[in-house]
Design a protein around this ligand. Structure first.
Ligand SMILES: Nc1nc2c(ncn2[C@@H]2O[C@H](COP(=O)(O)OP(=O)(O)OP(=O)(O)O)[C@@H](O)[C@H]2O)c(=O)[nH]1
Ligand SMILES: [Mg+2]
Length: 282
């Protein structure tokens, strides 16, 4: 069991729980490369009772076929899923349609109770660095939420309005105190949701090298010009270092540098579109 919980996360969790009472709808942003591991198990009990959108963001970095399978998997489970690439503003129309569809029954209920019409309120939540603020900036023309390629960019909560009049609440990324297993922790680290200072880069690089061998052997071999992918992670990183001219004193391959390069290139999608999880296993 990997235990890790920075102090500000506990506060984030308390704030989110309090704010849930204010919203009609949950927009949970997840990472399309890890559609199972990027969901926060701590939140599930709170959000079952609300309309619940699941945005598979960063879909440009994930395998299209698997994203489609995940969408149908989550639809069967009663969620309203949509694939988006918020950075490029792709998939937004489908997403807005989904939001409007989900807001209709909420409005109808208000009317039934003779309440005055008011804007639908949605909370945008998800793990750190999954793209919540980018999603908000993409759909709310006047929003200027701060974004950045590291976890923990958004610190406080912030309301913004979309063109359709829906009010969105941006929230800081939230993780849970104990990761169920090493596998989940690794995936969150490699996708950039856990700070690089928590997990040693070399360890993440080794694990990634090993996994890419199974996940995307052809793309992996091609990217780093490996005729044959070596057996061990250490050998793979040494070969990458060699092929990229990352050599230290006496021509020794700089494995640590290769580990960092591998992680950065994976995060940027340079190895290919790679999804690490299949719905059949979850
Ligand atoms: N490739 C790709 N990158 C994206 C996408 N959406 C967001 N990003 C990038 O992901 C990084 C994190 O985006 P943010 O919007 O700051 O993420 P966040 O969930 O608000 O993060 P915190 O506030 O730290 O929890 C930024 O570098 C974005 O440019 C996407 O669809 N595709
Ligand atoms: Mg943010």
């Amino acid at each position: 069991m990997i235990q890790w919980y920075p102090g500000h996360m506990a506060k984030t969790k308390r704030n989110i729980e309090a704010d849930l009472a204010l919203v009609d709808m949950i927009i949970e942003v997840i990472d399309a490369r890890i559609p199972a591991s990027s969901r926060n198990p701590d939140l599930q009990p709170y959000i079952k009772r609300k309309a619940h959108l699941l945005l598979l963001n960063k879909s440009d970095l994930a395998e299209e076929k698997l994203t489609r399978q995940w969408i149908s998997h989550y639809r069967k489970m009663g969620y309203i899923p949509a694939a988006v690439n918020a950075a490029r503003k792709q998939g937004l129309r489908e997403m807005m349609l989904a939001i409007e569809t989900a807001s209709r029954p909420i409005m109808a209920k208000l009317k039934e109770k003779n309440r005055l019409p008011r804007p639908v309120r949605a909370m945008v939540l998800g793990i750190p660095n999954c793209g919540k603020s980018t999603v908000i900036n993409a759909i709310a023309p006047n929003a200027s939420a701060k974004t950045g390629n590291k976890p923990g960019v958004t610190r406080g909560r912030q309301w913004v309005k979309t063109k359709a009049g829906i009010e969105l609440l941006d929230t800081p990324g939230m993780l849970w105190p104990k990761f169920a297993d090493y596998d989940t922790a690794f995936k969150l680290a490699v996708c950039g949701s856990i700070s690089d200072s928590v997990f040693p880069v070399y360890q993440v690089g080794c694990e990634l090298a090993q996994r890419l061998k199974d996940l995307a052997p052809q793309q992996f071999a091609a990217r780093y010009k490996m005729a044959i992918i070596p057996d061990t992670a250490e050998e793979i990183l040494a070969l990458i270092a060699q092929n990229r001219g990352m050599l230290g004193q006496g021509g020794k391959p700089r494995d640590e540098d290769a580990a960092l390069l591998l992680i950065q290139e994976f995060r940027a999608g340079k190895i290919g579109r790679i999804t690490m999880e299949r719905p059949a296993a979850h």
